[in-house]
Ligand binder design. Sequence first.
Ligand SMILES: [Zn+2]
Ligand SMILES: [Zn+2]
Length: 369
Amino acid sequence: MTRHKAIASHEELVDIIRALVPSDIYYSTAYYARPAEEMERKSWLGSDLVFDVDADHIETSCKAAHDMWRCNSCGLTKRGNCPAQCPNCGKTKFEERTWFCDECLKAAKNEVVKLVDFLRNDFGIPEQDMRIFFSGHRGYHLHVRTEEVRKLDESQRKEIVDYVLGLGLDAFYQGLYKKPRDAIVGPQREDPGWRGRFARGIYRLVLEGTEDELVKMGFTPRLARRIIRERPQIQEEWRGKILWGEFEDRFHVKDTTWRSIIEQAVLKGALPAEIDTVVTTDTHRLIRLPETLNGKTGLRAMAVPNFDTFDPFTDPIAFEGEETVRVIEAPAFRMGKTTYGPYTEEDVTVQAAAAMLLLCKGVGRPVQK
Ligand SMILES: [Zn+2]
Ligand SMILES: [Zn+2]
């Protein structure tokens, strides 16, 4: 690690990169009066508000198919989750190799879309003040670089994190209330903040949720099937507005069921609790420098110009031409428009970006022509 550098110009940066040839390059999201000094002497002036949404921390079904492990003792290499004990030699030390695919990155993208909605509509941060970056691997970074956020301290940033995770949220303080022996009153979809968010969640669950989802919300399977059957009438009567009291009466919704309905709606509206929130609360964070190569993939970490059309397996490609690689073992993967693999112990000639990925992932080595 080479740290505490202050670099004044693009030329100087390029010179340092050429001299060090680092596998990964990071910069500090903090602003300092004296950035080249030791930590205690830098004098903190503020820092960008940064979110790291990484598929590493999101449950996806693809991981069991494309993540790999290798036994340190006998070299046995297999796909899927790392076992506690090697089935071949019984040892317990492994090297894990994670992979990434369209499903992982789609999951991360969905969470970023949610995050943008929170920041824009709940915190009033204009979309042009948010910048989204692809990490070059399994996720995206969202940066807010305005004066307003720069001075936020760690506990203030923690409040923002708690808000987007829906932590400590009590719907009974969010427009939903019920007096004894009185009809329940609740928020509507167009309400601001979490009120509207969980009204939209409940609206969707009631009118579109599967039987499974309704049962998870606390309805009996019989009642769940009845809700599904009576959807045309509910939709007709509701006319876009949730009739809380009417719904409660018709389906005998108990207070405990309301609680779990709301929990489900919050869960769906919030960012997953596994998101790496330290990145956001740490006011001295180092984050990957855009337009540098990610050492785990050989792909560019880059600003995403248009999130709707961005292709993480095409747009960040940095290498041209073809290369031959001896692959030990790799799952099927896409690079550009081409799908490669799976490979086991073979020499393959592939586009340079795919070859670089195999090398960076440690599953292949160069073949001399
Ligand atoms: Zn082994
Ligand atoms: Zn995946």
